[in-house]
Design a protein around this ligand. Structure first.
Ligand SMILES: NC(=O)C1=CN([C@@H]2O[C@H](COP(=O)(O)OP(=O)(O)OC[C@H]3O[C@@H](n4cnc5c(N)ncnc54)[C@H](O)[C@@H]3O)[C@@H](O)[C@H]2O)C=CC1
Ligand SMILES: O=C(O)CCC(=O)C(=O)O
Length: 429
C-alpha cells in the first residue's frame, strides 16, 4: 500500500474500512493490469494539494462554533480540479481524499477535461439554521479563495449541499473578485448560470447505466424490482426515472429509515411526501417500515445504494440478493464485499461510471457559462445520454477484451488516460 503521508491530520482507520487505502488499492490493481511504472502510481496515489481551513461561525444564539473545512485537490493533469462539497457528520480528511481520487478517474473515464477534487465539512446541516449555514459556507469559500476559480478548482454539490449553497459560494467568490464569476461553481440555480438538467443529472446517469446493463442481460426495465438506499438528490431522481420507465421501486430509505411495498411504491407521491416531511420517507402511507440494513438485503433485481460509503461490507454481503448493484453513491461497497460480489457473478456497476452523470452535466454547465450560450433541457439530456452510453460501452468492451471485472475495466480506462497524459506532459511540471 502506498504511503499517505500527505494526509497528516488524522490517523488511518483500520485498513478494512479506511476509504483512502481502499481507493489506493483500486489504483494499484489498475496499475498492475496496465503494467504502469511504479513512479506513476507513487505520483497518482498522493493528492497534489490538501487544504484544511478553520471556519468560525457565529450561531444564532451569539455563541461562536469553529468548524474544520477540507478541500483536497487530487490531480489536475487533464484540467481544473473538479468535485463536490459535502456537509455530513461523517466527513473526514481521509474520506474527502478518497473521494477526490475517485473524481480524477471519473472525469478521465467520461472523457471530460477535469482533474479530481472534493471538499467537506463534518456537520449535520439539519441541526443548523439557514442563516448559520450561509455564514459557514461564505466563510469556508472566503478561506479557500486562492485555491478555487473557474480554471483552477470548480466545486459542486454533494451530500448535504445543493444549488442554494452553490449560489452562496458563487456570490462570495464574485464579491471577492469584484465581478460576477459564475464559472467558479457548478450545480448553481438556473437564474445565475446553472444548467437545465443538472438537478436530475446524477440520477439520470444512474438510470441510463442500469437500463444499459439490463439490456445487455436481455432484460427490460418494465417490472424490474429495484431497492434504493438514499432518497436525496441522486436517489430520488433515479427512483423517479426508473418508476416512470415502468420499473417497480419496492423500497426506498433515508437516514431515518425506509419504506417497502411489494407492489411498488408510488414515487411521485413519495417525493411529495418527503418534501413535506423533512426529507424523510418514514410514515409514508400504504407501505411497511423497513430499516436501512433490511433494504440492502431485500430480494430484488437491482440494488442502488445512493447515500454513504461502506454500506455493503463483509458483514452483510452474503445476504445481498440483487443481481445488479449500481453504485449511485461513491464507495458504497467496500473492498472485501466487492471481491465477494465479483466471485458470485453479481453485476457491479462502479461509482466512477454509474454516478458520473452529475459531473458530466456540471461540465456542460461550465461549457455553457464559458460560451455565454445556454441550452434547453432536451439538449443537455441528449449530450448526457451520449456521454454516459459511450463510457458504458467502452467499459464493457474493456472488460471483455481484458477479461476483467467491470470495476477494474472502468479503473483501467480512467487511470490509463491520466497516466498517458502524465507521460505526454513529461511526467509532472
Ligand atoms: N449530488 C450529486 O450530484 C452527486 C452525488 N453523488 C453521491 O451520491 C450520494 C448521495 O448524494 P446526494 O443525493 O447528493 O446527497 P443528499 O444529501 O441529497 O441525499 C443523501 C440521502 O442519503 C440519506 N442518508 C444520509 N445518511 C444516511 C445513512 N446513514 N443511511 C442511509 N441513508 C442516509 C439522506 O437521508 C438522503 O436521503 C453521495 O455518495 C454522493 O457523493 C455522486 C455524484 C454526484
Ligand atoms: O458535479 C461535480 O462537479 C461533482 C460531482 C461529484 O462530486 C461526484 O461526482 O462525486
Amino acid at each position: 500500500m502506498m504511503s499517505t503521508s500527505l494526509l497528516p491530520l488524522e490517523n488511518a482507520s483500520p485498513a478494512h474500512i479506511c476509504p483512502f487505502d481502499q481507493a489506493c488499492s483500486y489504483l494499484e490493481e489498475a496499475a498492475r493490469e496496465l503494467k504502469l511504472d511504479g513512479s506513476i502510481v507513487e505520483i497518482l496515489s498522493k493528492p497534489r494539494k490538501v487544504v484544511t481551513v478553520s471556519i468560525p461561525v457565529k450561531r444564532d444564539n451569539g455563541e461562536v462554533q469553529v468548524f474544520a473545512g477540507h478541500r483536497v485537490q487530487h490531480c489536475d493533469i487533464l484540467g481544473p480540479y473538479k468535485g463536490g462539497i459535502r456537509y455530513h457528520p461523517s466527513v473526514t480528511l481521509r474520506e474527502v481524499s478518497s473521494l477526490a481520487m475517485l473524481m480524477t478517474w471519473k472525469c478521465a473515464l467520461l472523457g471530460i477535461p477535469y482533474g479530481g477534487a472534493k471538499g467537506g465539512i463534518a456537520i449535520d446541516p439539519k441541526l443548523y439554521s439557514v442563516g448559520e449555514l450561509e455564514r459557514m459556507t461564505r466563510r469556508y469559500i472566503s478561506e479557500l479563495i486562492k485555491d478555487i476559480g473557474p480554471s483552477v478548482d470548480i466545486p459542486a454539490p454533494d451530500m448535504g449541499t445543493s444549488a442554494r449553497e452553490m449560489a452562496w459560494m458563487m456570490d462570495t467568490y464574485s464579491v471577492n473578485m469584484g465581478h460576477a464569476v459564475p464559472g467558479v461553481v457548478t450545480g448553481k440555480p438556473i437564474s445565475i448560470g446553472g444548467s437545465r438538467g443538472r438537478e436530475m443529472a446524477t440520477g439520470r446517469g444512474v438510470f441510463i447505466i442500469v437500463r444499459e446493463a439490463l439490456a445487455d442481460l436481455g432484460k427490460s426495465l418494465k417490472g424490474t424490482r429495484v431497492a434504493i438506499q438514499g432518497f436525496g438528490n441522486v436517489g430520488s431522481a433515479a427512483a423517479l426515472l426508473l418508476y416512470e420507465a415502468g420499473a417497480k421501486v419496492i423500497a426506498v430509505s433515508t437516514g431515518s429509515g425506509g419504506v417497502f411495498c411489494e407492489a411498488g411504491l408510488d414515487i411521485l407521491a413519495l417525493k411529495a411526501y418527503a418534501a413535506h416531511n423533512h426529507r424523510s420517507v418514514v410514515g409514508f402511507p400504504n407501505a411497511e417500515p423497513i430499516s436501512n440494513a433490511e433494504l440492502l438485503t431485500l430480494p430484488c433485481d437491482v440494488l442502488i445504494p445512493a447515500a454513504l460509503e461502506n454500506q455493503i461490507t463483509e458483514e452483510n454481503v452474503n445476504q445481498v440478493q440483487a443481481n445488479i448493484i449500481a453504485e449511485a453513491a461513491n464507495g458504497p461497497i467496500n473492498l472485501q464485499a466487492n471481491k465477494a460480489l465479483e466471485a458470485r457473478g453479481v453485476t457491479v456497476l462502479p461509482d466512477i461510471l454509474a454516478n458520473a452523470g452529475g459531473v458530466v452535466v456540471s461540465y456542460l454547465e461550465w461549457v455553457q457559462g464559458l460560451s455565454y450560450v445556454f441550452w434547453d433541457e432536451e439538449r443537455v439530456n441528449r449530450e448526457l445520454e451520449q456521454l454516459m452510453v459511450q463510457a458504458y460501452r467502452q467499459v464493457i468492451q474493456q472488460s471483455k477484451v481484458r477479461q476483467i471485472s467491470i470495476r477494474l475495466a472502468a479503473y483501467t480506462l480512467g487511470v490509463g488516460r491520466v497516466a498517458q497524459a502524465l507521460l505526454d506532459r513529461g511526467l509532472y511540471p
